[in-house]
Ligand binder design. Structure first.
Ligand SMILES: [Zn+2]
Ligand SMILES: [Zn+2]
Length: 171
């Protein structure tokens, strides 16, 4: 959805509200498509004394997986945006400054990058997730496999062999 900014620049105090649901299902991030839920954004573009400003909130449910146990996770992702829209083509684009390419703006162009900035590199299902057993692949949050005790440290194995042979001599 494009918002026509001419109406705003013409008046001293005006604002145009927007509310839209956008589809980012095809958006790829870190090799996956994590935006499988609708993305909702709402806010307003306002003009005051020649300064255009876009304020709003964007949110969605982010589909990911626990970095340790790989359990699928749904994370609420949200970003608050408050950005000045500049029509100066030489202006530096920053978090709080968006450079316009015409006399309209698509709020998604401003808000989607802000949403993506909120994505963390890793998520955990819980702070103390025990992860998967590297030997049998069992989820250690749910089962206690005995792989750990079966893995005999080679140094202890050598010691055991020594002790065993010592016992043999005594017998
Ligand atoms: Zn986990
Ligand atoms: Zn195991």
């Amino acid at each position: 959805m494009k918002i026509d900014l001419k109406k705003l620049t013409a008046s001293q105090h005006a604002s145009i509200p927007f509310s839209e649901t956008i589809d980012l299902r095809e958006e790829t991030l870190y090799g996956v498509k994590p935006f499988q839920s609708p993305v909702q954004m709402s806010g307003e573009v306002s003009g005051e004394s020649g300064i255009l400003r876009l304020k709003g909130t964007i949110k969605t449910i982010y589909s990911t997986a626990c970095a340790r146990c790989l359990k699928p996770l749904q994370v609420l992702l949200t970003a608050e945006v408050d950005t000045v829209l500049s029509d100066d083509p030489d202006a530096e684009e920053e978090d709080d400054l968006f450079v316009l390419t015409g006399d309209s703006v698509d709020p998604a162009d401003v808000m989607v990058p802000a949403l993506i900035l909120q994505v963390q590199m890793t998520y955990l299902c819980k702070e103390d997730c025990k992860g998967l057993c590297p030997h049998c692949g069992a989820d250690r949050n749910e089962v206690d496999c005995d792989c750990e005790s079966k893995q005999i440290d080679p140094r202890f194995a050598a010691l055991r062999a020594l002790l065993d042979s010592g016992e043999d001599e005594r017998n």
